[in-house]
Design a protein around this ligand. Structure first.
Ligand code: NDP
Ligand code: 8X3
Length: 253
């Protein structure tokens, strides 16, 4: 089926990757349901494109009643969601596991894990019934490569990757695809500001680097969606050229 007028739903479209992905998918011909908590950002996003191409839809991923009710809450002609981009997510803090706030751990799990699986569960039956769909989820290199302070954040992203691989197994024989995109260092979003809560600490993360940009992630989403229907990309790991795995750590004290 051509992308023309197919509906894509992008979570976390008020900033960073989700914002860039929503605009990119409009360019690809999709009508996009753009979700997030900040209504004014969603309205501004919709104002950037031709009327009727983006539906701003306020949704807090931790509000499970709202997430579960999503298919029926959308206007009738936006309900057949063929593409779900599970992008909303966050990291909070870089403290060692024993120093973190349990509340931060809960928020990351509620958003990156519970919200993601619940929205997928809400939208999958329609895709399976129409035998047409694609779920794309944002994982992270933090789901594969451990680093100090990643504790629960990295674990939520490892969960995303394995959930998506298991989804693929369930979807065998159906024309519904499942992909994880796992980026490394990426600037141009609010990620580090949210994580560190401080603009100067956030900008220091990218100092002297040429990180990935939200448009690079949007390009990758457009690529996996645009491949012929018989091609399923299971997992894309992407890093900027200034980043590589640094090997295992050894304590020599
Ligand atoms: P941003 O902080 O720029 O954007 C995060 C988005 O998630 C915002 O639109 C925010 O919307 C939304 N969000 C957060 N919590 C909730 C919630 N409870 N309900 C609804 N929406 C929520 O981050 P990025 O664009 O950088 O990150 C996007 C995804 O990519 C995340 O899953 C992140 O873990 C992942 N990622 C990021 C990398 C990076 O280096 N930047 C690298 C690898 C993966 P609002 O606040 O309006 O609700
Ligand atoms: C974001 C990338 O390396 O900050 O998921 O965890 S990293």
């Amino acid at each position: 089926m051509s992308q023309k007028n197919r509906v894509a739903l992008v979570t976390g479209a008020t900033a960073g990757f989700g914002h860039a992905i929503a605009l990119r998918l409009v360019r690809e011909g999709y009508r996009v349901v753009a979700t997030g908590r900040r209504q004014e950002r969603l309205d501004a996003l919709a104002g950037q494109v031709e009327a009727g191409r983006i539906l701003p839809f306020r949704l807090d991923m931790t509000d499970l009643a709202a997430v579960r009710a999503l298919p029926q809450s959308l206007p009738q002609d936006w309900r057949e969601v063929d593409v779900l981009v599970n992008n909303a997510g966050l990291a909070l803090g870089l403290e060692k596991a024993w120093q973190t706030s349990p509340q931060d751990w809960e928020t990351m799990i509620a958003t990156n894990v519970t919200g993601l699986v619940e929205i997928t569960r809400a939208l999958l039956p329609g895709m399976v019934e129409r035998n047409c769909g694609h779920v794309v989820s944002l994982g992270s290199t933090a789901g594969t490569y451990a680093y100090p302070g990643a504790n629960v954040y990295g674990a939520t992203k490892a969960f995303v990757d394995q959930f998506m691989r298991n989804l693929r197994s369930d979807l065998l024989g159906r024309q519904v695809r499942a992909t994880t995109i796992a980026p490394g260092l990426c600037g141009g979003s609010e990620f580090s500001q949210v994580r560190l809560g401080d603009a100067s600490k956030a900008s220091a993360v990218y100092q002297g680097t040429a990180p990935l940009l939200p448009e690079d992630i949007a390009e990758t989403v457009a690529w996996v969606l645009g491949l012929p229907a018989h091609v399923n990309i299971n997992h894309v790991e992407m890093m900027p050229t200034c980043q590589a795995s640094a090997g295992l750590a050894v304590d020599r004290t």
